[in-house]
Write a protein that binds this ligand. Sequence first.
Ligand SMILES: [Zn+2]
Length: 278
Amino acid sequence: MDAKLLLIVIDGVPYRNFRRLFGNLEGWVDSDAARVWKHRSVLPSISAPCYASLHTGVSPAVHECTGNHAVFRLKQADVFSQVRAAGGVTGAVAHSFWSAFFNRAPFDPVRDIEYDEPQSGSINHGRFHTMEGYGLANQMTPSDADLFATLTRLCTRFDLNYGIYHSCTLDSMGHRFFHDCQEMDDACAKMDQMLAPYIIKWRAAGYEVIVTADHGQDARGHHGGRDPLQQETALYYFGEADGPDPDTVIDQLQLAPTILSRLGAPIAATMQAPVFLT
Ligand SMILES: [Zn+2]
């Protein structure tokens, strides 16, 4: 496999926060270096079911993850397994749910906090965090600057074909402070400025890059239902492919088959949604 792609999932960013507060991403849209669409999550618009759907291309009604309490090794094929089947190298810097869903469960912190497993049929190079102890007054989230550096290190050391990034910083900020406040303005601006230099590095290293979220959040920081603020986020794409019209809404189930298509890996029979980048 020659193609390379990184999927950057910034947890819990509503469409309006991406478009109003991420100045570097929006500047690249203006300069035609990136394209942006609205991206609608599956229902429920809860983190764990959304991660599972993002990476398997099937709905929660099919994969049966119904909430953050229901984390288990999924049965369906996913992006990692399909990239491995095509000979690609995979990596992940993410919350531990991603390891449990797509590699092995339950998550054992000593065994699974970091691993390098070249023969794996799933995640070859994983670096995970649990947020154990998370609560309203204590986010327990690592710095995104550290995590972006870790992903970049994996790319350079192991020549990843596919890597995923995921962190809950902004989701936690939204639950804690809501959205019409200085704290959230500042947190989004800092995230944009931490991310931007790495997008330049990743593009220079030959990666296509997708930046999106798993779901949005409403004015009270809630998500889970059908409210557009809860369900809708943005999706930015950096790469050479053609995409749909600007007003198209990307369905979350389209992510997995589209990523595999970009990488030249086989799309699993269970991934029925149409590819949106050609
Ligand atoms: Zn989430």
